[in-house]
Ligand binder design. Structure first.
Ligand code: GDP
Ligand code: IMO
Ligand code: MG
Length: 438
């Protein structure tokens, strides 16, 4: 019998509310893998990769595409905006990155149409004070259509006659819903024609990625699963309803790509040295204005795509403990350690109190989470620059203490430390599981 488990298949997931630095981490790891595959979400993601003074922001296309010769998959669990995908392809082309023959789009992925974006905006404005703060990319409405079994998939784009019929049917139904719910008639004139125009550019990418990926694993080719969003934005396990509409956790890789759970050989969780969140919803360790402002400025905490200022807070160990459990994290990556280089005192939330008593589980109700009183422990800052460090021993003692504190509290190794946005501002401690995956 073959030992399929030996084929390297590692999942990279956000352990917080997104924007943990997954793009940088995936780019770093991707050179050691044959494939990188996205399993959930769409162009609500913004994954930043910086090397040779060049900045790339990938939204749907896996970050591994930036590594010459490596292959990339956009899986069945994703939602694909054709205009956005074309824009991303054009940007890569402008940067001299050729994707033909190494980028594959699943025929089972669902398509985001402009009417999904319209519905996203209309739903947000109808929510008023309770708005989620979505990226207005039409992500939620596209997943709603998928669950309602009226979505249009990539495979439906290929037969143009059938596509026309399906679009007519869906648009009629969506117009009734939109008019009744929001008093808004959708703008769909010319949609069929403009869709066909884009399809001509992307049809060469379309394959059955499920077969491609499983065959690749059978042949011993390694795969890196690129998570989008973060654990606390997961539709089932996050701070519902202030979440995205897909499974961001590591399990999403199996449903979103069609690979069995037994195939995954490792899970990497990514966390910042602190916490950020974009959009609304509870955030127990949110810093007060002055502190948040300082971290936002030093960490350049503005949305990679939307430019929205990110809310900033202290590191939240209950969130990371929850993320470790949900994802089965084997190795933790801590990014943006350098943002604390000037900090004199660092607070870490070690537990939650609700109505005066310590609680051990992540509350399901956001009303409870909003009233959490974080229990903090203060650690001394190092007040020395870290971006030049290339080994753990180059880091100031207080920085190593901070990392050890996190590792001890969570009982998980720290497999990578990032001290700057560039590829080389990265430390991989020797002897870790993560080091063995390189
Ligand atoms: P992602 O969505 O998880 O890929 O993260 P984003 O790209 O949205 O946001 C992370 C931001 O932090 C990007 O601007 C990165 O260039 C930047 N970044 C990543 N790692 C580090 C780091 O260690 N230090 C600093 N200062 N910036 C980093
Ligand atoms: P990456 O992959 C941070 C947030 C939005 C909003 C909520 C729902 O870059 O980490 P949606 O448009 O998905 O319906 O919005 O989820 N959100 C993200 N926040 N990083 C992301 O992706 C996000 N993708 C969605 O801000 O609060
Ligand atoms: Mg991002």
């Amino acid at each position: 019998m073959e030992d399929r488990a030996r084929t390297k298949a590692v999942s990279v997931v956000g352990a917080q509310w997104g924007d943990e630095g997954k793009g940088k981490v995936v780019d770093f790891l991707a050179s050691s893998f044959d494939y990188t595959a996205r399993y959930a979400g769409g162009h609500n993601a913004g994954h930043t990769v910086i090397f040779n003074n060049q900045k790339y922001v990938l939204q749907l296309i896996p970050s591994g595409i930036l590594r010459p010769g490596k292959k990339a998959i956009i899986g069945p669990g994703t939602v694909v905006d054709l205009v956005a995908l074309l824009g991303e392809l054009e940007n890569l082309k402008k940067s001299g990155i050729e994707v033909r023959g190494r980028l594959f789009l699943s025929n089972r992925a669902h398509v985001i149409f402009p009417y999904h974006r319209e519905m996203d905006r209309a739903a947000e404005s109808a929510r008023g004070q309770a708005a989620i703060g979505t990226t207005s990319r039409g992500i939620g409405p596209a997943y709603e259509d998928k669950a309602a079994r009226r979505g249009i998939r990539v495979c439906d784009l290929i037969d143009t006659e059938r596509l026309g019929e399906k679009l007519d049917r869906v648009i009629a139904e969506k117009n009734v819903i939109s008019s009744a719910s929001y008093g808004h008639k959708l703008e769909t004139a010319g949609l069929y024609e403009s869709t066909l125009e884009i399809v001509a550019h992307i049809r060469g990418l379309v394959v059955d990625t499920t077969v491609l990926l499983n065959n690749a694993l059978d042949a011993g080719e390694s795969v890196l699963f690129e998570g989008a969003q973060g654990t606390m934005l997961d539709i089932d396990h996050g701070t519902y309803p202030y979440v995205t509409s897909s499974n961001a956790i590591s399990g999403g890789a199996t449903t979103g790509l069609g690979v069995g759970p037994t195939r995954i050989t490792g899970v990497v969780g990514v966390t910042k040295a602190y916490t950020t969140r974009v959009g609304s919803g509870p955030f127990p360790t949110e810093m007060h204005d002055g502190e948040a402002e300082a971290v936002r400025t030093r960490g350049n905490e503005f949305g990679a795509v939307t430019g929205r200022p990110r809310r900033c807070g202290w590191l939240d160990l209950p969130v990371l403990r929850y993320a470790k459990m949900l994802n089965g994290i084997d190795s933790l990556v801590v990014t943006k350690l350098d943002v604390f280089d000037a900090q004199s005192e660092i607070k870490v939330c070690t537990g939650y109190k609700y109505k005066g008593s310590l609680i051990n589980e992540m509350p399901a109700e956001i009303e409870v989470l909003s009233q959490i009183e974080p229990v903090y422990q203060s650690l001394p800052g190092w007040q020395k620059p870290t971006p030049q460090a290339r080994e753990v021993k180059d880091l100031p003692l207080a920085a190593r203490d901070y990392l050890n504190f996190i590792s001890d509290a969570l009982q998980v190794e720290i497999g990578m430390i990032s001290t700057g946005p560039e590829r080389d501002a990265t430390i991989v401690p020797r002897g870790t599981k993560l080091a063995s995956w390189l």
